[in-house]
Design a protein around this ligand. Structure first.
Ligand code: CTP
Length: 398
């Protein structure tokens, strides 16, 4: 998602909640992703965290609610609103949410928001009872109706010590909401894209599985890239260590058979299916009911072929595969285009530098149905995802 934020102006509004400390992490990650972050703090926020902390992270001036006669804010606030690519309020208090719902503009942050045309993300953080209050619910619904992206709140331990709904979302989720908000009217708006990810796990007995080294990163990055261009995304994933991408429908599966079922179900309504998963080609023919004991020197496990999901899934959507190859990359991948009736295949040399399992980058060669070859440079997996989506976009059936 870094690509989407590079050089973008983010106005980060911070209002008075103990969750303000998390906004520092968000500011830091936004800056790391290349964004120019202008922070506007409410008076309450400055009681929890100092403006200096945000200035140190963003390397930019921080606007506060000080009504300081010397402040440059009065001249800058319209400029901040105008240049904003996205406005994010994190954390957003009950009071701030109420002001936004009414369109009030009585401090630098709310004034900027009323003046801005950029997408607005509001990330509530509050006590559970305050969140449940009918006025808060109505205010959030009002903002949602107006096209504001409401991020969270999450459920968990609250500052009060109670457990409930009201937590500020964690930074990775907030970043997902922000890039979603920036791209929701993008070139894939209205399209449904199904992506598969991860390495399937085929049970040998109740303890052991056959699996592979797939980290799931390529599929997850693809799902995020499609989401950030406005697509509805269904991510059918085998187990990974990755966080569920925000605003993506995540369907968890384990085996090739389960993945096949889920892909067939969701691909029915899809405009494109992109199989980035490393699906087991063979599974143990019989799953032992009890743990296999260590007896003989050798143990033979008979394997049975799994169904090829991509080859057999029916429907009129754009079909994209990945070919994981350790030799004869182009030749083997070309054979898969015809063999699996694909519109596009991303040929992946798993031995190439920067392309291994678990890496954040990938070097792929795209091969079309006509066997034309486009070699991409080493890119982040998110950027590879975007290049694949650029091609997919030209292949939609309607
Ligand atoms: N695939 C699938 N179902 C399977 C195996 C693979 O849908 N049972 C999909 C993968 O998700 C990928 C493409 O087919 O998009 C190619 O997978 P790959 O493992 O490279 O090729 P295989 O067809 O399994 O052939 P081989 O293992 O012999 O290279």
């Amino acid at each position: 998602m870094a690509g989407l934020l590079t050089g973008k102006h983010v106005v980060l509004g911070v209002t008075g909640s103990i969750a303000c400390y998390k906004a520092l992490d968000l500011a830091s990650k936004l800056v790391q992703a290349g964004a120019l972050v202008d922070t506007i703090m409410s008076y309450g926020a400055t009681q929890f965290v100092t403006p200096l902390a945000f200035r140190s992270i963003t390397h930019r001036a921080v606007v506060t609610d000080s009504f300081d006669a010397d402040s440059e804010y009065s001249v800058e606030h319209v400029a901040l609103a105008q240049q904003a690519d996205v406005v994010v309020v994190a954390p957003a208090t009950v009071h701030c949410i109420a002001k936004l719902a009414l369109g009030l503009a009585d401090d630098p942050l709310t004034t900027t928001i009323v003046a801005a045309k950029a997408p607005l993300v509001v990330a509530p953080a509050m006590d559970g009872n305050m969140y449940d209050h009918p006025a808060t619910q109505v205010n959030l619904a009002t903002l949602k109706d107006r096209g504001v992206v409401i991020a969270g709140p999450g459920t968990g331990r609250l500052a009060s010590g109670l457990t409930g709904v009201g937590r500020l979302l964690e930074t990775p989720e907030l970043l997902g909401y922000i890039t979603y908000a920036m791209g929701k009217d993008g070139d894939l708006a209205g399209r449904t894209v199904v992506v598969s990810a991860g390495g399937t796990m085929e049970p040998i007995d109740p303890v052991r599985v056959i699996t592979n080294h797939s980290s799931g990163k390529m599929g997850y990055a693809l799902a995020e890239a499609a989401r950030d261009r406005g697509a509805n995304v269904v991510l059918v994933t085998a187990p990974t260590n990755l966080l569920d991408p925000a605003l993506v429908k995540v369907v968890q599966v384990r085996t090739a058979e389960q993945m096949g079922e889920a892909v067939r179900l969701h691909a029915k309504d899809a405009d494109a299916l992109i199989m980035a998963a490393a699906v087991a080609d063979y599974r143990p023919a019989v799953e032992a009911k009890q743990k296999i004991k260590k007896n003989d020197d050798d143990l033979n496990i008979r394997l049975a072929k799994t169904e090829d999901i991509l080859k057999t899934v029916k429907g009129d959507f754009v079909r994209v595969g990945f070919a994981a190859e350790s030799e004869n990359l182009i030749e083997n991948s070309k054979a898969k285009v015809g063999g699996k009736n694909l519109d596009l295949i991303a040929a992946n040399d798993i031995t190439a530098e920067g392309s291994g399992f678990g890496s954040d980058t990938n070097k792929v060669t795209l091969i079309g149905r006509d066997l034309s070859v486009e070699e991409l440079p080493l890119l982040t997996k998110y950027e590879v995802g975007n290049r694949i989506l650029d091609r997919v976009k030209t292949l939609f059936r309607d």
